[in-house]
Design a binder for this molecule. Structure first.
Ligand code: FAD
Length: 391
């Protein structure tokens, strides 16, 4: 059996939530071990579009929602971290775009009026024209209105790589996880036969939380999965575009982000309404055909004749909500020494960490002294999804 370990906080799951939390705890002097059973970031995180929402999208209904308010602080917090002046030093994570754009292709005046009247948006949206337009929209045939939102877009693989650096020697590749109890209380976990004792155990394993909870004999908190069917397109003529294209409804008709492939070409990653219910029901060929039609209608000047196409099915994992509505904040539940949660958005990873840190502080959990860690098998970084699907 491997050498037993002790630490202050044992984290399970190396996506954005676990890695961000791990870095913050280490910065505050806590000893940590983070267990990952596959690749770092390889769950939802590297499949995300990397948009650091400030809530503007959620104000599209005109009504101010909890979501709009809760995440309004996130773009400045991330901005400071990327500049090396925030709660974490994320210099090295690549910023893909200083802004995300809102693009109204037709006459959606009614929709936009209520949108701009909402508090979440006021003062944070400017209309752009001409050379200020995103490169992909700078074309004589372009019609419509474009607004610049104060939301960043990040290259998630480089973000995960930077957080893995900040993790130092705390990362552990491990498969078999079983509870370790002392007097009926969870005292740590047994990972591949190695005992790891900790003051607190945090499950931040995304979709994996449900199974981990079941292995601890717990049914709560319940998890919901929201399936998506995303589309990727890579081509030599693509220029960067980061935009929500508005349709008539509260959700963007299509959300486009652009990602640098290893061969230097851009990959457009398409989400929004096209990736939801109807898109989930389509098979891969029909989903690609739907995306080709959408792009042909919206951006007829973009030459996609030599483009490569792929689709990606992926589930968003969240705490169960009635009617599958989108949760508003990062979510954390506690049960004795166990904490479990979902950030619900990449952008809300700082909020998830705040909640864990607040729980530790409330319970008087402080860094204790532990023997230094031996060299542990380290989980690899996930490959960018665009390079995996469109090599
Ligand atoms: P994950 O990234 O899923 O990480 C969980 C980790 O736990 C994985 O590495 C997994 O391998 C590991 N794991 C699982 N089970 C175990 C186990 N038993 N033992 C050890 N490890 C385990 N949010 C935004 O803010 N902006 C966006 O633009 C955005 N776009 C998105 C687009 C898509 C297509 C999707 C699917 C999501 C998007 N999101 C976005 C949401 C965002 O990606 C997620 O909320 C966030 O990445 C969740 O992070 P996480 O760390 O909780 O989970």
């Amino acid at each position: 059996m491997s050498q037993a370990l002790s630490t202050d906080v044992l984290i399970v799951g190396g996506g954005i939530a676990g890695l961000w939390l791990n870095a913050r705890l280490r910065q505050q002097g806590f000893a940590t071990v983070l267990v990952e059973n596959a690749t770092l970031g390889g769950g939802q995180s590297v499949r995300s579009q990397g948009i650091i929402h400030g809530g503007a999208k959620y104000a599209l209904h005109g009504a101010l929602t909890g979501a709009s308010e809760a995440i309004a602080d996130m773009p400045p917090r991330w901005r400071e971290a990327i500049d090396g002046q925030g709660e974490l030093d994320l210099r090295g994570a690549r910023l893909l775009s200083e802004a995300h754009y809102l693009w109204s292709p037709g006459s959606l005046a009614g929709n936009l009026t209520s949108f701009f009247a909402s508090k979440a948006v006021r003062g944070r949206v400017d209309q752009v024209k001409g050379e200020q337009l995103p490169p992909a929209l700078q074309h004589p045939k372009f019609k419509g209105k474009v607004y610049r939102l104060a939301e960043l877009v990040l290259d998630v693989p480089s973000l995960i790589a930077r957080l893995a650096e900040l993790a130092g020697d705390s990362l552990l590749s491990g498969q078999e996880i079983a509870p370790l109890h002392d007097n009926g209380e969870l005292a740590g976990l047994c990972v591949d036969g190695r005992e790891i004792r900790a003051q607190r155990v945090v499950l931040s394993a995304g979709q994996g939380n449900a199974e981990l909870l079941a292995s601890l004999g717990l049914a709560q908190p319940a998890q919901q999965l929201r399936p998506l069917h995303m589309v990727l397109v890579k081509g030599p003529s693509l220029k960067p575009l980061y935009a929500h294209c508005l349709g008539g409804g509260p959700k963007p008709r299509i959300t486009v982000t652009s990602h640098p492939a290893a061969d230097g070409q851009w990959v457009w990653y398409l989400g929004g309404d096209i990736a939801e219910a109807d898109g989930v029901a389509r098979d891969e060929a029909a989903q690609i055909a739907a995306a080709q039609k959408e792009l042909g209608n919206l951006l007829p000047w973009v030459d996609l004749s030599s483009a490569q196409w792929a689709t990606l099915r992926v589930d968003r994992a969240e705490p169960a909500q009635s009617g599958l509505v989108r949760p508003d904040n990062a979510f954390l539940a506690e049960q004795g020494t166990l904490l479990v949660g979902w950030p619900t958005k990449l952008a809300l990873a700082p909020d998830f960490s705040d909640r864990v840190l607040a729980a530790l502080q409330r319970d008087g959990i402080r860094p204790a002294s532990h023997p230094s860690l031996p060299e542990l098998p380290r989980p690899p970084l996930a490959r960018p999804v665009w390079d995996e699907l469109l090599p």
